[in-house]
Design a protein. Structure first.
Length: 282
């Protein structure tokens, strides 16, 4: 409203193509604010906003500092605090999602626009659906990665993108700025880096642009010599192993197709499904 980045929120039923009325238990934030809202389960929201309207739950940057668990059918005033950042942080957030059958939950302090601290806990899908964030007893643990690194997941594997060079604790290998690393999430949380796989190693002429996950693959979009190339990695959940798929490049060579697009052109990938692990279509 008014050209600001404040927003209001209302729950929308995609199947009925209609707003869910608050009288029917629908979630709604009528007052404009810099808010972060995400579903943790069908009946629970994790929400950071200007609770009370006096700015006391915002950071100095004006973004949410306090995150609460809000249960469907209850007023916002009864939401329970589950995480708080520091006043000087840019923002604080807590979020949960399913990934290839695994449930991940994170807490994050955005210290600056380029540095963050993460805390993590592994849950089950049934657990997330039946126990609220406020009631969950599994503790969070700090994620042992550099503050300027970015982290995500693929199934039960952690994906770490480095902004500066890093030698993991107990390791003799230094990974360069721009590298993409993968290792079991459980190992990462125990400071075990012996199963680390470097999915992308930057070069003088190449850099990682983006990554797209499907049911069986993690597809890396790489810019090399000003040309976009795609690299396919396959992940096997039972053995927690990564393997680069050589058949994709071999198939392109056999059919006379290029393994990269022309200079000045680009290609982008995205899953056709809400859940990218549904199949391998992009």
């Amino acid at each position: 409203p008014g050209g600001s980045d404040a927003s209001t929120f209302r729950e929308f039923d995609l199947l009925k193509e209609a707003w869910v009325d608050e009288k029917d238990g629908g979630f709604a934030l009528a007052e404009p604010a810099k808010s972060r809202v995400s579903f943790r389960s069908r009946n629970e929201l994790l929400i950071g906003t200007d609770f009370g309207g006096d700015g006391s739950t915002l950071t100095d940057s004006g973004y949410p500092r306090v995150v609460k668990s809000w249960k469907r059918g209850t007023p916002l005033s009864e939401a329970v605090t589950v995480f708080e950042g520091e006043q000087a942080d840019v923002a604080a957030n807590q979020y949960s999602y399913h990934d290839h059958g695994f449930a991940h939950e994170w807490q994050c302090r955005s210290i600056t626009f380029y540095t963050s601290k993460y805390w993590y806990r592994s849950l089950t899908v049934d657990g997330v659906n039946s126990v609220t964030a406020a009631e969950e007893t599994t503790p969070f643990k700090e994620v042992p990665i550099p503050e300027d690194a970015e982290i995500s997941t693929h199934a039960d594997s952690a994906l770490i993108t480095l902004r500066t060079a890093w030698t993991p604790p107990g390791s003799k290998t230094e990974y360069a700025s721009g590298a993409l690393l993968a290792l079991p999430m459980a190992d990462l949380m125990e400071n075990k880096f012996d199963k680390t796989v470097q999915l992308y190693e930057p070069t003088e002429t190449g850099s990682l642009e983006s990554q797209t996950g499907t049911r069986d693959y993690l597809i890396l979009k790489v810019l090399n010599h000003v040309r976009t190339e795609l690299t396919f990695w396959k992940y096997d959940v039972p053995t927690q192993t990564w393997s680069k798929d050589p058949h994709k490049k071999a198939a392109a060579a056999a059919t006379g197709q290029q393994s990269a697009v022309n200079v000045g052109e680009d290609v982008s990938l995205g899953s056709i499904h809400r859940n990218s692990d549904a199949d391998n279509q992009v």
